[in-house]
Structures are given as C-alpha cells and as structure tokens.
Design a protein around this ligand. Structure first.
Ligand code: KE4
Length: 423
C-alpha cells in the first residue's frame, strides 16, 4: 500500500467528482490540507487509503452516534439484505421505525420517510404553506436546512463555509418568500411575524451548522408562543439533534412542542434517510391522504429502516446518553482549557464546536467573527495528530458511544500543543 494512495485517489476523484467529493465540506477547502479518502471505519475510528487511522469526531456529520459498524446495526443490515433492499411497497420494518419515532417524540403523530434531510425540510415547508395558505417562511441566519432553493437564503454549513449567501442558480423568486432573522433573537422573530403573514418558522432547535450554538433560555418557548399567536407552523429541524441531544430530541430536552419535526442522520445509522412528521391534522394533508404532493422511489427502503430500528433500540435503553454527556463535558472542558483566551467552546450534549479567536458565540454574526485562519491551523494540527475533526469552523463535532476518555484526551492534547505553539 503506497504512502500516497489517498492522495492519488483524491486526484482521480477531482477529475470526475466536482471538488473530488460528493458534498462540499468534505473537500477541506475551508481548512486546507489534503482531504483523506477513507477506506474503512470501525467504532470511533476511520482508516484512510494509506492505512492511517484517525479518531473520528466527524462521524459522517452525525449519524454514527453508536460509532461506525455497531454490531446491532451490522446484524440488522445483514438480515434485511437477505430479504431485499427496496420493494416499492410498505414493509413491516418501515412501520417498526415509524412506531419508534412516534413513541420517542409525542409531537409526531404521523411520519413520512424520505431519503435526506433536505427532502424532509423541503416537504415540511411545502406542507406548512399548504396548510396555512400562506407563502412566507422564516429561517435563522446560520441555520442550514439542506439545499432546497427556498432554504438556501442565509444558510449555514457548507454555504456558510463557502460564504455564499444563497447560491447561484437559486432564482430570486425562490427565496423571495424566505425571511432570514438572527438566531436567538426573539425580538427579530417577533418583528418578522408581525410584519409578514408567516406560513412557518423553521429552526434548528440547537444550531449545528454555524458551529454548535445552543438556544438561549426561553428562545424556543418564545418561538412556540409566537407561532401559536400568529397561526404559523413551528418546524423543528431535528435532522442533527433528533435522537442526538436526547432520545426524544431537542423537543424533549427543552420541553417545547413543535407542529412538525424533520429528522435524518441517526434514524438511518449512516444509510440515506430523512423523515418529517408531526400533528395528524397536518400530516393527513400529505398525498395520498391529502393533496400536498411529495414522493420518493426509495423512501422507507427496508435497508435504511432496519438500520434505524437497530440504532434506536440500542439508544432507547438509555445508558448511551449519560455516557455521551460525560464525554461531551470532558471534551468541552479540556478544549476550553487548551484554548484559554484563544477561543470559546460551545456544547450541547455530544455536539461540540471550538470557535477560535473570539468570545461568546450566540448567533451567526458572532460565529462569523471567528478566526478562520487559526481554526485551519488547529484543524491541520489535529489532522497531523491522528484526529479527524469536521473541516470547517461552521460544523459541529460529534461524539459516539464508541469514544473512550483516551480518544477525547488525544483531541484535547493535540489542541493544547497547537495552541501552545501558536502563542
Ligand atoms: P441532508 O440533505 O444533507 O441529509 O440534510 C440536510 C440537513 C438538514 N438539516 C440540518 C440541521 C442539517 O444539519 C443537515 C445536513 N447537515 C450537514 C452537516 N452540517 C451535512 C453535511 C454535508 O452537507 O455534507
């Protein structure tokens, strides 16, 4: 195995995949350095094409809360594989995953499976517009809800990393009904809802796409009250937080009930999946029980459903969350000490972001003042120390049940060394 097989493969990839990747953030453009081509993964580790092993804090951007290739997931996939992977019809395992989601999140009375978080949010917005007869949606700057046209206005994640407000190819008309307000700013939200006939507010209940930014105390409750007051649909985009910050998601953690919820990532354990669900009176308007059209060839495919059932059955027994809380606190505390006055660490459970060069980060405007050059230096130091950290200041790092205290301490130690060197 040559020492440059990963580099050679990435050079081949760049010739046939835009940027050599299937999703922009993976190209490492925001942090520099050569992105790895990953050959295999197990537990809290990934191995690149040259056999170099890394402790993985990316975890495919969230799905692998149990770690890569958890035996329960592998066994469930192997068993389903023998029965078939896609039927174009309802399957029992699909009902099984729906049962678990509905039981975990009481606000979800009915659920529809799709194949990505983007499809989930795009469909939830369409449903809210149909149900209210209104067109205006409100989102928060720095929150990313996938790449549907109407939601690529002031988005976070890859768009934030690439500093693209919206994107070329998104016609002005597509975002003309999208109002963008600051996250964690109740006054701005109230003003928008007073000014416009709002169909829906869509929000990440814990922002993860401007880096991790938890909601201020009372913020989510205020959104609930405003949506009720103005007859708007409150959509919690829990694609990242669902089953991550609690088994019942952020809506359980913060005790705020949305009208619709979007899910993804963990509910497929790494297989392509998304879902949206919520109040029965809304969901019954989705085709074919109602007029709001949405469809998908591979929606509810038994393979992704089997993986989701397996991971939720492990999570439901509950001990994982206490472990993730302990590991998350260990990582955040250690990184805070490593950064010293050189930055700040935000955390929500096992979602962690180290912001470089700035003080408290409570919204996108403050997140954007971070020192991206310093973050790039820290990321390269992590990379050289065998730590695979999300390659963007505006992404969130994740922990899994497979991470050990030693794994966490390795990330802290590498950051300490990097910060000491930089001082
Ligand atoms: P997908 O279409 O990528 O499955 O989901 C879109 C989405 C929707 N809502 C939230 C809160 C999300 O975080 C995402 C996707 N998250 C990014 C990571 N920040 C996916 C990583 C990537 O784009 O490669």
């Amino acid at each position: 195995m040559t020492a440059n097989r990963s580099r050679e493969l990435m050079e081949r990839a760049r010739r046939i995949l835009p940027g050599g990747v299937s999703s922009p953030v993976r190209a490492f453009n925001a942090v520099g350095g050569e992105p790895p081509v990953v050959a295999a993964a197990q537990g809290a580790h990934v191995t690149d094409a040259d056999g170099r092993e890394y402790i993985d804090f990316v975890l495919a951007y969230g799905p692998h809360i149990l770690g890569h290739n958890h035996p329960a997931v592998v066994d469930a996939l192997a068993e389903q594989l023998g029965r078939g992977v896609a039927f174009g019809a309802t399957s029992e395992i699909e009902i099984g995953l729906a049962d678990r989601i509905v039981a975990a999140m009481p606000s979800i009375e009915m659920v529809r499976f799709v194949n990505s978080g983007t499809e989930a949010t795009m469909s939830a917005v369409r449903l809210a517009r149909a149900a209210t007869g209104r067109d205006i949606i409100v989102k928060c700057a720095g929150c990313y809800h996938g790449h549907a046209d109407a939601l690529l206005a002031g988005a976070g994640s890859g768009v934030a990393t690439l500093s693209i407000a919206g994107s070329p190819g998104v016609p002005a008309g597509a975002v003309a009904d999208t109002v963008v307000v600051a996250y964690n700013d109740v006054v701005a939200m109230a003003r928008a809802m007073d000014e416009y006939q709002v169909a829906a507010v869509i929000v990440e209940p814990v922002a993860g796409n401007m880096g991790c930014v938890p909601p201020r105390g009372g913020y989510l409750r205020s959104l609930r009250e405003l949506c009720t007051k103005y007859g708007a649909v409150l959509i919690f985009d829990e694609v990242m937080t669902g089953f991550r910050v609690a088994y019942g998601g952020a809506q359980e953690l913060y005790g705020v009930v949305p009208d619709l919820t979007c899910l993804g990532k963990i509910i497929g354990a790494g297989l392509p999946v998304g879902a949206y669900g919520g109040r029965r009176d809304l969901m019954e308007q989705v085709a074919p029980s109602g007029p709001v059209y949405q469809a998908g060839t591979l929606s509810g495919n038994p393979l992704a459903m089997a993986a989701g059932v397996a991971v939720l059955d492990v999570l439901r027994e509950g001990s994982v969350y206490a472990q993730l809380e302990e590991m998350g606190a260990r990582l955040a505390t250690g990184l805070s000490l490593a950064l010293g006055a050189g930055g700040v660490v935000n955390r929500a459970g096992s979602m962690v972001t180290a912001f470089l060069g700035i003080g408290p980060v409570t919204d996108y405007a403050t997140a954007q003042t971070s020192d991206l050059e310093r973050f790039g230096e820290l990321h390269r130091a992590w990379r050289n120390s065998g730590i695979f950290w999300p390659p963007s200041q505006f992404e969130t790092a994740f922990l899994s049940a497979a991470h050990t205290p030693e794994d966490v301490d390795a990330a802290i130690g590498a950051a300490s060394a990097a910060m000491a060197f930089a001082r």
